[in-house]
Design a protein around this ligand. Structure first.
Ligand SMILES: NC(=O)C1=CN([C@@H]2O[C@H](COP(=O)(O)OP(=O)(O)OC[C@H]3O[C@@H](n4cnc5c(N)ncnc54)[C@H](OP(=O)(O)O)[C@@H]3O)[C@@H](O)[C@H]2O)C=CC1
Ligand SMILES: O=C(O)[C@@H]1CCC=N1
Length: 373
């Protein structure tokens, strides 16, 4: 049983739309706060309405500093929030602001179409966090060996010939094969099936057209740190998605890291260019740093080790401290020192990282739009 299943139940409480955010509840159940989203592991609850919430502990936040928004009557102070910083400790429990906290609560079957790098990472996350493997199924003519091993070890049905329509169908095939694959898998869905696509570029409109009218669709874009539960996903629902389906999609996507929900589908193309493709830019930085080190005289294997450790350590420093990257950069930069000399090159207004990444993100955004179909 995974860590996230060890949640103690905390009492039901109600949450108002004006109090959007995470709700924290003390052990005694007395104090309730709504918390600014943005934690890692990320938690937010953007679609709360006036309804009871099943708050369960989301572990892994001990020691994290949070800004807590104290509830203030909206009518009394529409634009004001009382904010204070608290440190999460044992006893201050973070509660998911959705009706569903664990994957074990998902009704029906979850069908994964395409179990490659991304689909495989998601499947691993789901099973690790409590989805009953007997209620998962995979359609993929040839999953990679590590995913095939997971499927076999956990007894997940592979390419089942029949079965009841899934409650969720997650599409993780390449966008280019979607026109061929979707008509075939659409026949397996029924009108209550929630379709979640992580395909780059493929729009809600494209997805809706492949399924019966009125189908619920979530378009999402994850990234590869999903494989270690440290991904980040940006997602948008179509109008047919119910609050319950939103909770289900949120739980499935959150199994691999943080989730950000947006209302504007156009943002997904940009998010694809920033966080979806972004890990590649960071790996390229590690490669280029190693090559530059080797060119400057370091043994190649040592340059590789130094570049890896530097990129990983800098990322971890940013994550663990929550300090603004610009400040972390300044912390490295001694006046008139070595970093300042390098940054003069890298921060060049016409040839530096800034304009280069702007161009790269624009190119990836354009490509995402081209893949729309
Ligand atoms: N990789 C990434 O960083 C990200 C990927 N995505 C999206 O995720 C999706 C998958 O990407 P990724 O995992 O990298 O790609 P992969 O190629 O690793 O995975 C796709 C899988 O789908 C399989 N497949 C091919 N045809 C079919 C079919 N007819 N029915 C079922 N499965 C089939 C492939 O098998 P085979 O290899 O034999 O063709 C493969 O196992 C893409 O749409 C991509 O845009 C989104 C965000 C980030
Ligand atoms: O390169 C791609 O198209 C996919 C989507 C984002 C990351 N990989």
């Amino acid at each position: 049983m995974g860590e996230a299943q060890d949640h103690d139940r905390v009492p039901l409480f109600s949450c108002k739309r004006s109090q959007i955010g995470l709700t924290a509840v003390r052990d005694d159940g007395v104090e309730k706060y709504n918390v600014i989203p943005g934690l890692d592991p990320g938690i937010h609850s953007p679609f709360l309405r006036h309804k009871s919430v099943d708050g369960r502990v989301k572990p892994g936040h001990d020691g994290v500093l949070l800004e807590v928004v104290l509830p203030i009557a909206k009518a009394a102070a529409p634009r004001h929030k009382a904010v204070r910083t608290v440190r999460i400790e044992r006893g201050l429990r973070l509660a998911w602001g959705t009706m569903m906290a664990t994957l074990s609560d998902i009704p029906g079957r979850v069908l994964l179409v395409g179990a490659g790098k991304m689909g495989g990472a998601m499947l691993e996350g789901w099973i690790g966090l409590g989805l009953d493997p007997a209620r998962a199924a995979v359609i993929d003519p040839g999953p990679p060996p590590e995913v095939a091993a997971l499927i076999e070890a956990r007894g997940v049905a592979l390419n089942p010939l029949n079965g009841s329509p899934p409650s969720v169908m997650l599409l993780a095939v390449k966008p280019q094969v979607a026109p061929d694959v979707l008509p075939r898998v659409a026949a397996l869905a029924n009108p209550d099936t929630l379709v979640v696509s992580v395909m780059a570029g493929r729009t809600i409109r494209f997805l809706e057209a492949a399924f019966p009218p009125g189908i619920s669709v979530v378009r999402a874009i994850p990234n590869t740190p999903a494989a270690i539960g440290r991904g980040v996903t940006v997602a948008v629902p179509n109008a047919a998605v119910t609050p319950e389906q939103m909770s289900i999609a949120d739980a499935l996507l959150r199994a691999t890291g943080g989730v950000e929900w947006v209302d504007d589908e156009a943002l997904i193309d940009v998010a694809t260019a920033v966080s979806g493709s972004g890990p590649a830019y960071v790996f390229l930085l590690a490669e280029a740093l190693a090559q530059a080190g080797a060119a400057a005289g370091l043994p190649a294997d040592m340059a590789d080790r130094l570049a890896r450790a530097t990129v990983a350590g800098a990322g971890e420093l940013m994550r663990q401290t929550g300090i603004d990257p610009a400040q972390l950069r300044k912390n490295v930069t001694s006046p008139k020192g070595t970093t300042a000399a390098a940054l003069e090159v890298l921060m060049d207004e016409t040839k530096g990282f800034g304009p280069l990444l702007t161009e790269a993100v624009a190119a990836a955004t354009r490509r995402s739009r081209e893949l729309a179909g």
